[in-house]
Design a binder for this molecule. Structure first.
Ligand code: NAD
Ligand code: ZN
Ligand code: ZN
Length: 355
């Protein structure tokens, strides 16, 4: 099969022929239709986090496709022909205190798709039957792909924040994750302020219902948001530590920061005095559970969310990574269309992007 493989953190990915994977015990083989390019895949390919994957590996944890084979053991109700998503939580033990309390994303034995096991930047991928998630027929696979990480992660972050209708929610970073965070915050009824450094992403944020946008390059987001009365909730998906510090500064008294982005530079400064007197909370939020992703697909099926994406061919993986890094991608999320044929990269228009 064809796959995009990381051989070395310092080198571009290589799109090459590799042996087809075989599904093991309680696994399914999936023919990938689409896989989103999450910024996490870029951190993975560059080996930027404290815990690194081991090359060679195939990134991709927004894979969506059709079950083509079932390995030995319990397939957990999956059958050949069903459409499924292969999320970041590729495996969790099912037995530990986290798995047994609806917090399987904290399982210490977890294996992550596209990181600890091969992912969706390939024509075929294997997933553990218990952890792949059925995609409803009404959801376009090219939409389902970004929902599989960007969607479930920000849906969970909004849940964790406890945002309510009268709250003001500041979303820092309006890219792949952020454009969906804005929409889930709007679903709660909250007022949304979007902060980014890219005017195109901010124009999209307005289109998606943000009441106010702030370009952090042109304006101090702390002053701008405090002038509105402060944010009850801040969700930082930005790939920059300074945005996390600004998000803390933008909080109203009693405000909660949900940390989601995972920039390569790992440290921020938290002011103790303001945190204590202001009764502020800081919380990390990592992806979402199997059930959270089912809810994300259901919201999309109902037309509550829009996935703004542009399609790319897997052969163009390195160019796509460059587009995300320099901010020139035409839409918040790039999605590899594994079924695309022909030499041309598909256009960045939004045909079919509305749920
Ligand atoms: P992205 O590149 O699509 O979006 C990041 C956005 O942040 C861009 O729009 C960029 O312009 C903006 N940005 C950069 N610097 C900024 C600044 N100083 N202030 C405000 N905005 C700024 O990336 P993505 O795919 O949305 O991923 C975002 C981050 O979230 C990555 O670090 C990724 O690894 C992480 N992530 C975390 C989880 C989780 O479970 N916690 C899940 C998926 C991704
Ligand atoms: Zn566990
Ligand atoms: Zn991701």
């Amino acid at each position: 099969m064809k796959a995009a493989v990381v051989h070395d953190f310092a080198e571009p990915l290589r799109v090459e022929e590799v042996p087809d994977p075989t599904p093991g015990d309680e696994q399914v083989l999936v023919r990938v239709e689409a896989c989103g390019l999450c910024h996490t895949d870029i951190h993975a390919a560059h080996g930027e986090w404290p815990v690194k994957p081991e090359p060679p590996f195939i990134p991709g944890h927004e894979g969506v496709g059709i079950v083509e084979g079932v390995g030995p053991g319990n397939p957990h109700g999956l059958e050949v022909g069903m459409r499924v998503a292969l999320p970041w939580l590729g495996y969790a033990c099912g037995d530990c205190r986290y798995c047994n309390s609806g917090r399987e994303t904290l399982c210490e034995k977890q294996i992550n798709t596209g990181y600890g096991m091969d992912g969706g930047f390939a024509e075929l991928a294997v997933g553990y039957a218990r952890h792949v998630v059925r995609v409803p027929d009404e959801v376009d696979p090219l939409d389902a792909a970004p929902l599989t990480c960007a969607g479930v992660t920000t849906y969970k972050a909004v849940k964790e924040s406890g945002a309510r209708a009268a709250d003001r929610v500041a979303v820092f970073g309006a890219g792949g994750l952020g454009h969906l965070a804005i929409q889930y915050a709007r679903v709660t009824g909250a007022e949304v302020v979007a902060v980014d450094v890219n005017d195109e992403r901010l124009a999209t944020a307005t289109e998606l219902g943000a009441a106010r946008v702030v370009n952090a390059k042109a304006e101090d987001p702390v002053a701008a948001i405090q002038a509105m009365g402060g944010a009850d909730v801040a969700i930082s998906t930005a790939v920059s530590p300074v945005a996390f510090e600004q998000a803390i500064g933008a909080l109203a008294r009693g405000g909660r920061l949900i940390c989601v982005g995972l920039p390569a530079e790992n440290d921020i400064t938290v002011p103790i005095f303001q945190t204590v007197l202001g009764g502020l909370s800081l919380k990390g939020s990592i992806v979402g559970t199997h059930h959270d992703l089912e809810e994300v697909f259901e919201l999309h099926r109902r037309g509550e969310t829009r996935v703004l994406r542009a399609e790319r061919r897997l052969e163009d993986v390195n160019e796509a990574i460059a587009e995300v890094l320099d901010g020139s991608a035409p839409e918040p999320r790039l999605v590899f269309d594994l079924q695309a044929v022909g030499p041309e990269t598909t256009s960045g228009d939004r045909a079919g992007a509305v749920a």
